[in-house]
Write a protein that binds this ligand. Sequence first.
Ligand SMILES: [Ca+2]
Length: 192
Amino acid sequence: MQPRSHPSHGRRRLTRPASLALAMLLAAVPLRANAADNTAVGDIAGIDADLGDSNTFTLNAMTLALVKTAFRGGTELTSGATLPRGTLVQFMVYIDNPTGVSVTDVNVSDVLDPGFSYQVSSIKVDNTAATGSTPADIYLAVSAAATVTDANDGDVAGISGTTITAGSTGGNGQLDIAANAVWAILFDVTVQ
Ligand SMILES: [Ca+2]
């Protein structure tokens, strides 16, 4: 599908398909965590209260959620923003791990809409922001990180065609997310 444009005034309304990507930006899905306590108790027939409770284990099962945001000049964009062609936009995708255990072998992918052109060697990743950090603080942390290579190789992220991936499934190194921390990936695109 060809994106509609408004050449008469030199600005491009982000309609389909570009708007689809932007529309997802603020679809922040809350993290969900489920905890279940499991306690073993015992008794011997005929003898009351002979056995105390065993250790109690709290098992945390969680669903990590992705949040995708966009920044322009360091400021977070709102969904449906109208941007001039050629505008440099930074997409940030992050996962908040609010638990006390690390999450191993995570895989993330993001297919760039044709309305955006990836800027080479712009992928940065970070896992230092504390859980619950605001998008602005996560952005500050990841934007200060070193870039990883564009290739799907030994570091944790890369791009192939128009698909940004992180994690081993995409041919990158394994992605682990530290306990009580946010993992984020940031990369630059321009509006076509
Ligand atoms: Ca890489």
